[in-house]
Design a protein around this ligand. Structure first.
Ligand SMILES: [Zn+2]
Length: 102
């Protein structure tokens, strides 16, 4: 069973959580074009590799948090509270691959 670490409750079984989709998607302003609204509602990066996602501990504290997960291995690389900045996914990927950063 996969264990996910809630930043508020600690490690819990994956069945207590729900993936809420890609994180850091900002709602466009009232003057947004149709294309910007379509981006907000429907278009996601669909990344193969690391992605920042929004998660909710639905059968626990019910709080939202963000996590960086590898979409191929399903491994959680980083977990952080909502409102904290998005980690540098390129740097995280490089550190996972053992590549030195410039
Ligand atoms: Zn929790």
């Amino acid at each position: 069973m996969l264990l996910i670490r809630c930043p508020y409750c600690g490690e819990r079984p994956e069945i207590e959580f729900r993936n809420m989709g890609e994180a850091h998607i900002l709602r466009p302003g009232t003057d947004a074009s149709d294309d910007e609204i379509a981006d907000f509602l429907y278009r996601r990066s669909n990344t193969k590799g690391l992605i920042a996602e929004r998660w909710r501990h639905v059968h626990g504290c019910s709080r939202f948090f963000n996590a960086v997960r590898h979409t191929v291995t399903d491994k959680f690389v980083s977990i952080y509270k909502t409102g904290e900045p998005k980690p540098d996914l390129t740097a995280l990927a490089a550190s996972l691959n053992g590549v030195a950063r410039s």
